[in-house]
Design a protein around this ligand. Structure first.
Ligand code: SAM
Length: 292
């Protein structure tokens, strides 16, 4: 028997009419209407009955419902007040879900995890993210260094490709390094527009970010490391020498900049897009000792 799950075109249509709900583009509201996609996401995330899950943006509760079925407990943050009565109705059959009416960017997610997931063995973030703030949400959750195993998220394909990119590709950039410093990033699925209502204007992918116990490189100062990485990508077609000289102009003499790059044995004529994370770390550390 196929159950009458929330993630179906018919239930979604019914809820839209009943609650006279109108989608807000400004909140990135594209709801999922395909239960198979949701199950795939949950499988990739490694959710089981010992898992606690943080969801961002439950919408009508399509993903939340599947998470409640497969996980031990779900806590979902939703910014749109209009969805609270809908969720109270759609998720009423499940007793392992808490909805928090809050902007995820304002939320103390660490405190929520510590309070709500006392008995669960592992904690995950799973979400069909609002695309307009994908990067701020992920950077917030990663820099908070939360006690979670992984994040499995539906995002814009182009952004997923940048986050999971390898050196020497068009998608590789400072966002790649920022994400891969904290996680192992993998695109696990490309998703057709037809599984959403309304259909988004952009292509979508599911990205799995597995958190690292330790960063993959040793840096003397994290903030400075990211500053150097960004500087190397300021003008993608320019060499390291040119980008770094422009960035440190007025702070470091030209000769010191040349000396710092020389110390790393990285060819100053290369472009940022060819550097590995390890090479960025060497570069940042060589500059850090000179800027003090
Ligand atoms: N999870 C639902 C689904 O897959 O059908 C809805 C996903 S929809 C792409 C994004 C959801 O995030 C919407 O419910 C939207 O209201 C919510 N949202 C947008 N910005 C938010 C924010 N800053 N904090 C929490 N939720 C937000």
């Amino acid at each position: 028997m196929t159950k009458n799950y929330l993630a179906t075109p018919s239930r979604t249509k019914e809820l839209l009419a009943k609650h006279k709900f109108t989608f807000k583009k400004s909140l990135g509201q594209n709801f999922l209407i395909d239960v198979n996609i949701l199950r795939n996401i949950i499988q990739h995330a490694g959710i089981d009955k010992n898992a606690g899950v943080i969801e961002i943006g439950p919408g009508f509760g399509a993903l939340t419902e599947q998470l409640a079925i497969h996980a031990d407990k779900v806590v979902a943050f939703e910014i749109d007040q209009r969805l609270l009565p809908v969720l109270a109705e759609t998720l009423a059959p499940y007793d392992n879900i808490s909805i928090i009416h809050q902007d995820i960017l304002e939320a103390n997610v660490r405190a929520t995890i510590e309070e709500q997931f006392v008995d669960q063995e592992h904690v995950h973030v799973v979400a069909n993210l609002p695309y307009y703030i994908t990067t701020p949400i992920l950077m917030k959750l990663l820099s908070d260094k939360l006690p979670i195993t992984n994040m499995t998220i539906m995002i814009q394909k182009e952004v997923a490709d940048r986050m999971a990119a390898q050196p020497n590709s068009k998608s590789y950039g400072s966002l790649t390094i920022a994400i891969q410093y904290y996680t192992k990033a993998e695109v696990v699925m490309n998703v057709p527009k037809t599984v959403f209502t309304p259909q988004p204007n952009v292509e979508s992918s599911v990205l799995k970010l597995t958190l690292r116990d330790q960063p993959p490189v040793d840096v003397l100062d994290e903030e400075f490391f990211f500053e150097v990485v960004r500087a190397c990508f300021t003008h993608r077609r320019k060499t390291l020498r040119n980008n770094l000289q422009a960035h440190f102009k007025g702070k470091l003499a030209k000769e010191i900049i040349t000396e710092a790059i020389l110390q790393t044995r990285i060819d100053a004529g290369r472009r940022g897009e060819s550097l590995t994370m390890e090479e960025f770390a060497q570069l940042a550390n060589a500059f850090y000792t000179r800027i003090q």
